[in-house]
Design a protein around this ligand. Structure first.
Ligand code: ADP
Ligand code: ZN
Length: 737
């Protein structure tokens, strides 16, 4: 027996190998194997099993990762489709299907073992043990002290001993070590009773659609429900239905929303089958990820929750795929393969006969288009549950604020300060949101206009007050913040920059007694700080929470009655045709955090452009109004969803070479004379320089992404690039920077 394999690093060449006798039973299509290539041992994927091979002198494949194929046939097909559609090499596509630890087969499967007492052990017995083996006695005490099984790793830490000590205890018959019988997360909070919720009329209808999609294999469903309309409740019941009919469920959530709060909400609902829920997110260690993955591959997990790459989780017998917050741009991978997990979800569900539900309060234009043209079924939840009102949104014109001299609050306008004060007096909570993208946190000299720029990227540096540093958010370059303007020596350069840190600082100045906390990538560096801060906020130990995108998504705090948006304009001026859509979505999501409890919510939006459509439509909770005018704009320009796009970025250390290659590429693409594709000129990218690379772009527009992708591949295959020039192809791009 022979195999045809695709090594990870052999530039797309398929190679044949002989299968040694010992591995015959376990090798199959989709197996990950190690094969000798010249003097090296490479990881490769088995693409085909061959009865015979014409190639002479074939070598044996060396070893197999795992004891059965890692990539099932359906997923292998998906990988092939992805390589074709997203214009990337098949080996790159295949590599993205498996967590690194699984693909390398490096981690043992036994890292997630739990330990519990085998029997009652008396104090005398432990004392006797302590005399001979004090470490074992310590370990045993740690196990005894816990009512539930403990992770071996956690128990070892608690007792201050090596994990092997527990093996010794096991040999003595004092403890039992078994896989996966893991104790509940001690911080877990049950905030959702499993029973008791009666669906309202809208939810009942929605549920009906979802159930029949599962039972009768219908179109994808777009679940368009305002914030707080009970979408998650629909997801939970949909999963329950899948389980009831003996199937499995896959739930995708944006990484940023994959908080303990979200996970717990799912876990607590399915508490009887908790150990059959697998969670895949970026905070897992490689070992944990490896274990979760195998739990799925072995058919043990019946519900999988995870971020983008979980769309490739090896679940079988899928009943439903749910994509929460389907409009989130983090579903698009920003390196090859540049796939969109939502689109892959629709495809995978279709191929595996599963239902798919895409949920959002602010669906993307693409999905809305699909729903209005009948490709998807539109299911709506127009009301908040219990008829709670949508929060009142007030727009505050920062230009007026500036004209009247700003006042002591700086960027925090008087009405916003008063609103905050009112909440403090009544013991209610507030969220203050600042979208940090854009240039607001840069250092700009008020006197001469000098801006501190990154030497390697064409962006302004971001000022980080606590560390007194200027940091580039593209490449990580960092330098000391200047005390005065490097150009004109004016110290007023220090006044600029409204980041979350500065807001936190001014708030503390205005409300010295208030308990204020901040949540952003800088303040959340420790693994559990997110949970700790959210926990404190939930318990009412924080009055005002200041944060970035991190606090915009999916949080549910009934006592929050005020949401302040410090500057709604950031992001609106990015050179990207989706800027308006993003701003609208973000404002709506943030506003949705207010008034989720008994009390009504209020949202204050500060802006310099109070009449921009994104802000006005968001203010009136008018998603459809916004869609209508945005669709018009896209239609007129032939932008997605009316046309498709491919963006090619050519980058190089030498500006001229990168430019020349981009120009040649554009010329060749035009020369292929495919009439219904418009090829743009080679132009400098909006982000002209990043990480010392000069960047040029060539865009393609047409009616079919697939045919454009194939066109690009054909041209690139015949156009050798210099070694120091790199080409990235983005099909259906979401970011044009
Ligand atoms: P969304 O996901 O649309 O923002 P959620 O599913 O989080 O909304 O629902 C908001 C709150 O309302 C949650 O606390 C949820 O438990 C509760 N809820 C959902 N459906 C109902 C219902 N039919 N009756 C009462 N409460 C409900
Ligand atoms: Zn930089």
């Amino acid at each position: 027996m022979f195999v045809r394999v695709l090594p990870d690093q052999a530039a797309g060449r398929l190679l044949d190998y002989r299968v040694p006798e010992a591995l015959l039973a376990s090798v199959g299509v989709g197996s990950i194997v190690k094969v000798p290539v010249r003097t090296r041992l490479l990881t490769a994927t088995v693409i085909e099993m061959l009865e015979q091979s014409d190639v002479r002198g074939l070598r044996d494949l060396v070893s197999l990762v795992g004891d059965k194929p890692m990539i099932q046939p359906a997923l292998l097909d998906l990988a092939k489709w992805m390589a074709d559609y997203y214009c990337c090499p098949l080996e790159v596509s295949l590599r993205s299907m498996l967590p690194v630890a699984v693909r390398d087969g490096l981690v043992s499967k036994k890292t997630r073992q739990a330990v519990k007492m085998a029997r009652d052990v008396s104090e005398e017995e432990i004392a006797a043990l302590a005399a001979r083996a004090p470490r074992q006695a310590d370990a045993l005490r740690a196990v005894q002290a816990s009512e539930t099984p403990l992770l071996v790793s956690a128990a070892a830490e608690a007792a201050g001993v090596a994990e092997a000590v527990f093996r010794s205890l096991e040999k003595r018959g004092l403890v039992v070590i078994e896989p996966m019988a893991i104790a509940r997360d001690p911080y877990a909070e049950r905030f959702l009773a499993s029973e008791g919720v009666v669906l309202n009329a809208e939810q009942t209808l929605a549920m009906k659609s979802v159930v029949s999609a599962m039972d009768e294999k219908r179109k994808p469903i777009l679940l368009f429900g305002v914030t707080g309309s009970g979408k998650t409740e629909i997801y939970l019941r949909a999963i329950q239905h899948a389980l009831d009919i003996g199937k499995t469920a896959l739930v995708l959530v944006p990484e940023i929303a994959l908080t303990p709060q979200t996970v717990e909400r799912f876990k607590s609902r399915f508490s009887e089958i908790q150990e059959t829920i697998a969670v895949l997110h970026s905070h897992l260690s490689e070992g944990e990820r490896h274990d979760e993955w195998h739990k799925i591959r072995n058919g043990f997990a019946r519900v999988v929750i995870g971020a983008r790459s979980s769309i490739f989780a090896p679940v079988e017998n899928l009943g439903i795929i749910i994509v929460d917050e389907e409009h989130e741009t983090s579903y698009k991978q920003d390196e090859a393969p540049r796939y969109h997990a939502r689109d892959m979800a629709v495809l995978r569900a279709h191929r595996e006969g599963a239902a798919v539900v895409l949920g959002s309060a602010t669906p993307s234009l693409e999905s809305w288009h699909n729903a209005t043209t009948g490709k998807y079924e539109l299911v709506r939840l127009d009301q908040r549950v219990d008829d709670k009102k949508m929060p009142i949104v007030r727009v505050l014109d920062l230009r007026q604020q500036a004209r009247s001299g700003g006042g002591e609050g700086g960027i925090l306008s008087k009405p916003l300060r008063e609103a905050l004060e009112g909440r403090l007096e009544r013991g209610e909570q507030s969220l203050l949101f600042l979208n940090r993208r854009g240039f607001a946190t840069s250092m700009v000299c008020e006197a001469c206009g000098y801006v501190s720029m990154c030497p390697d990227c064409s962006v302004a540096l971001t000022y980080h007050r606590a560390a007194e540093k200027l940091i580039c958010h593209i490449c990580g370059h960092s330098e000391r913040a200047p005390k005065k303007c490097p150009k004109c020596d004016d110290p007023r350069i220090r006044n600029s920059g409204v980041g979350t840190q500065k807001i936190e600082e001014s708030l503390q100045g205005i409300f010295p007694k208030a308990r204020i906390a901040r949540m952003d990538a800088d303040s959340m560096t420790r693994k559990d700080s997110y949970r700790v801060t959210l926990g404190a906020f939930k318990e009412g130990k924080i009055d005002i929470l200041v944060g970035t995108q991190m606090i915009a998504k999916g949080l549910h705090f009934p006592n929050v009655t005020l949401v302040g948006i410090v500057n709604a304009d950031l992001g609106l001026h990015l050179p990207d045709f989706r800027a308006g859509e993003r701003t609208f979505q973000l404002l709506t999501q943030v506003a949705g955090r207010a008034g989720r409890g008994e009390m009504e919510g209020e949202v204050l939006v500060q802006t310099f452009t109070p009449f921009s459509p994104s802000i006005q439509f968001a203010r009136h909770h008018d998603y459809e109004g916004f869609m209508e005018q945005e669709m018009d704009f896209r239609r007129q320009l032939g932008y997605p969803p009316y046309g498709r796009m491919v963006m090619i970025t050519v980058r190089g250390i030498m500006r001229e070479r990168a430019e020349f290659c981009a120009q040649t590429l554009a010329r060749k693409l035009k020369g292929t004379g495919s009439g219904n594709v418009i090829v743009g000129e080679a132009v400098p990218a909006p982000l002209e320089k990043a990480k010392t690379f000069y960047r040029y772009q060539v865009s393609l527009r047409g009616s079919s992404s697939l045919s454009m992708s194939r066109l690009v591949r054909t041209v690139l295959d015949t156009l050798p690039m210099p070694e120091d020039v790199f080409v990235a192809v983005d099909v259906d791009p979401l970011h044009l920077l």
